[in-house]
Design a binder for this molecule. Structure first.
Ligand code: KIV
Ligand code: ZN
Length: 511
């Protein structure tokens, strides 16, 4: 067996820091459950000390995970470590991940601390965290712009103080594969204790080298990869997990590494993240982009028909991308539906199954053929939704190429039904303008997209909407065979999320 690589997923922490990728607590928990199905070794659930909401989210993830280690990020400060430990202490396998910057530029201008004080703080805080947590990880922020001699000294001190995992991040995405390899080798040579710890690598993608740098670090001895699904993360993002995993899987002949990831769960995890954040991956993104397995040119198609391996280095099935299969129709019963859901790998409780079955029946009435991907779209919608403060009752559109579009939208709240009418540039814009009239708050539309789930004019249209209100962003998703309806549903989902967030903030202030 080859060298074992630990996959440390930081989608919920570093990934969530990226523009437009914020998630609410329910969404984070749902995503964490999918990370466990993917068989991730370590889930970095968040930065508990940053807000009461983050604390609650890390705590609930720690309490729900059955197998994965749950890590919490904490600056090298007592208060952060206390809060972090409080949040993860009930996990089956908890970890405190503490960090401090070690480059001259960060120590001088950001921390305003002398190098020896940084070492002392790192050592003291690792020792403090180790009093509670069975696993302590230490990160030297901006490691790749730090002096390797100084880093070796810091690492020796924190390992003696109790750190079991040492992370050497390329925080600003500055290094290159050859340089990184030499850098880690040099630190190993200079350090007395580093080889007793697990060496971890955490790369940002500012120069597009995050994955290549991660693999170079592995050659230099790193056995933990820190990465994110779809490569989301600060600025240009982090090393993409799906790329690292499929490189290890496809090029075992070169690397000989093993990891625990169930590759068949990759596509589902990537799509779930897109649905939650509303941020699509580019079509030509390696592994999970819409074109990653599409063969357009005649020469390629001919080759593929003769033998799949002519142009395909890995199969779509290996990442869980099934060919669209017609599975059920409008006469299919609950039992057949349940079996299909289970065979797709979903585990629904009774209420979720009841709801999904109703939605399936509604869809089967409108659509001739229902495919696996339609069912996945219905099922992955569950649990993301916030309480429906505003519920769509009906909408009537008057639109055409020679008239201004008008939408009359009727919504229901606990106080009854009301209709608002607005005009706009097309039916979707008019509908959104009508919904805005229900609200006494300013919101702006940040992003709107619609994609069909399968082929054909009767396909389900999946709309994703991102709105901004008082500097916070909220995403919503809508699903319907009618694109105006899915757009309205997505917009309302985002509005309902915003209202729930405000209610929660008010509750926090009152308590
Ligand atoms: O990029 C970075 O250095 C980080 C650390 C906190 C690990 O995200
Ligand atoms: Zn980072």
């Amino acid at each position: 067996m080859g060298k074992k690589i630990i996959i440390f997923d930081t989608t919920l922490r570093d990934g969530e820091q990226s523009p437009g990728c914020s998630m609410n607590n329910k969404e984070k928990l749902q995503f964490a459950k999918q990370l466990e199905r993917l068989n991730v070794d370590v889930i970095e659930a968040g930065f508990a000390a940053s807000s009461p909401g983050d604390f609650e989210s890390v705590k609930s993830i720690a309490e729900e995970m059955k197998n994965s280690t749950v890590a919490v990020l904490a600056r090298a400060m007592k208060n952060d470590i206390d809060k972090g430990w409080e949040a993860v202490k009930n996990a089956v396998s908890p970890r405190i991940h503490t960090f401090i910057a070690t480059s001259d530029i960060h120590m001088q201008y950001k921390l305003k601390m002398a190098p020896e004080d940084v070492v002392k703080r790192a050592e003291e805080m690792v020792a403090y965290a180790a009093r509670f947590s069975p696993e302590v990880e230490f990160s030297a922020e901006d490691a790749t712009r730090s002096d390797p001699k100084f880093l070796a000294h810091v690492f020796d001190r924190v390992i003696k103080a109790g750190a079991k995992i040492i992370n050497i991040p390329d925080t600003v995405g500055y290094t290159t594969p050859d340089e990184y390899f030499q850098f880690i080798m040099e630190i190993r040579k200079r350090s007395e204790y580093l080889d007793k710890a697990i060496i971890s690598v955490h790369c940002h993608n500012d120069l597009g080298l995050a994955v290549a740098n991660t693999l170079a670090a592995a050659k230099a001895g790193a056995t933990q990869f820190e990465c994110t699904v779809n490569g989301i993360g600060e600025r240009a993002g982090n090393a993409a997990m799906e790329e690292l995993v499929m490189i290890m899987d496809t090029r075992k002949d070169i690397y000989g590494y093993e990891c625990n990831i169930k590759t068949e769960e990759i596509m589902k995890t990537s799509s779930l993240l897109t649905r939650i954040t509303g941020v699509h991956v580019q079509p030509n993104k390696a592994i999970v982009g819409a074109n990653a397995f599409a063969h357009e040119s005649g020469i390629h198609q001919h080759g593929m028909l003769s033998h799949e391996k002519t142009y395909e280095i890995m199969t779509p099935e290996s990442i869980g991308l099934s060919k669209s299969k017609m599975v059920l129709g409008k006469h299919s019963g609950r039992h057949a539906f349940k079996e299909r859901i289970e065979s797709l790998g979903y585990d629904l409780d009774k209420d979720e199954l009841d709801l999904a079955f109703v939605q399936f029946k509604e869809l089967a009435d409108k659509k001739k053929e229902v495919f696996d991907r339609d069912i996945e779209a219905i099922v992955s919608k569950r649990a993301i939704e916030s309480p429906e403060t505003y519920k769509l009752v009906r909408y009537v559109i008057n639109s055409g190429n020679t008239i201004t579009s008008t939408a009359a939208v009727t919504l229901e709240t606990s106080e009854g039904r009301e209709e608002k009418v607005a005009t706009g540039d097309g039916p979707v814009d008019a509908s959104f303008n009508a919904i805005v009239k229900f609200l006494d708050t300013e919101i702006s539309l940040e992003d709107y997209s619609i994609q069909s789930v399968t082929e054909g004019t009767d396909a389900l249209g999946e709309a994703l909407v991102r709105i901004k209100a008082a500097d916070k962003k909220y995403t919503g998703r809508g699903l319907s065979t009618d694109i105006v309806e899915s757009s309205i549903a997505a917009y309302l989902a985002a509005v309902n999320k915003m209202l729930e967030d405000r209610r929660m903030m008010q509750d926090e202030q009152e308590n």
